[in-house]
Design a binder for this molecule. Sequence first.
Ligand SMILES: [Zn+2]
Length: 371
Amino acid sequence: MSYRFPVFYSHFFESHDTGVGHPENAGRLVAVVDYLQNAQNVALKASEQLLPKELLKELPKEDSAAVLQMPPSPEKQADQSAEKGAEKWAEKLIWIEPSNREVLADIHRVHEAAYVAALKAFAAKGGGYLDADTVISPDSYEVALLAVAAWLDGVDWVLSDVSSDSRSNSQAASGQTAFVLVRPPGHHAERSSAMGFCLLSNAAISAHYALTQVGIQRVAILDWDVHHGNGTQALIADQPDIAYCSFHQSPAYPGTGLVTETGAHHNVLNLPLPPGSTIDDYQRLWAARALPFLAEFGADLLIVSAGYDANQADPLAAMSLYPEDYAWFTEQCLQLNAPVLFGLEGGYDYQTLAESVAATIRSAICHALAH
Ligand SMILES: [Zn+2]
């Protein structure tokens, strides 16, 4: 089986209806899916243009040579190299529908059972506002459960040797990365409350679940969403075997994430950055603080809370990143030499969100193919 990069996604994630004008809406996922599928179509078109060997055999020798030697126009050449570039990564994408696994026991590891039950009951009654920003619709509870299932499926995938090529062959990184394309996001959700568009703490639930898997003793979470993941931090802060590292704008919502918040076991590293920060600022902090922290922790699995609202175009924050910067960020994660699971958090400008998710996936695929 050749290398494939999975995107865990379901149309059902669009059924969490937050109402007209809400920034965290189904259009976010539609934009990303459209963008990725278009890249796949370009890749398919490029591979269709290759002349089948059987056809070449049937052509008279001189015709065959003529076909092969005919130089393409410069314009076509540019088209072809763009398509070839697309082919290299986009044709490796596979879409995986999340399983209907039982997730309540995993959720209850980090959330109060009474909160989860109340969420279910509130949705069943039609939903409404849970806090000033967080609104749910009748389907939202089930959507949130399926989002957790997708994250846990992602953990299984990246930790699995079976679902990938053997790690000992030339496609060594195969199966060790995946992207979980879900909503609602999770990193603001607290133990017993929804918050900031988030219902369930997908990343913390996944980290706790991963620790139940054979051979997984330490899990790190890197949160590059522009907002501090107050919920994730709270749900892992007393766990010596889970580390949390966050890059976030400060001051900004939700106001947590001070450098003085270090966790019960020095397992939390907060890296606040002022508004307007660029990739240079992120790179400096990565080299000076995040990389040493993550390298010393030595995780068996890295979970990335991949929000894309630090993009310059994002309407909810004031940072100055561009989609290509997430390719750099992705490569740094992969160089930590652990399986890496990327899961969507924020990102509210459709175009740069889609481009950034694609940059993340492209970078992960190129890394896998090169190693
Ligand atoms: Zn955010």
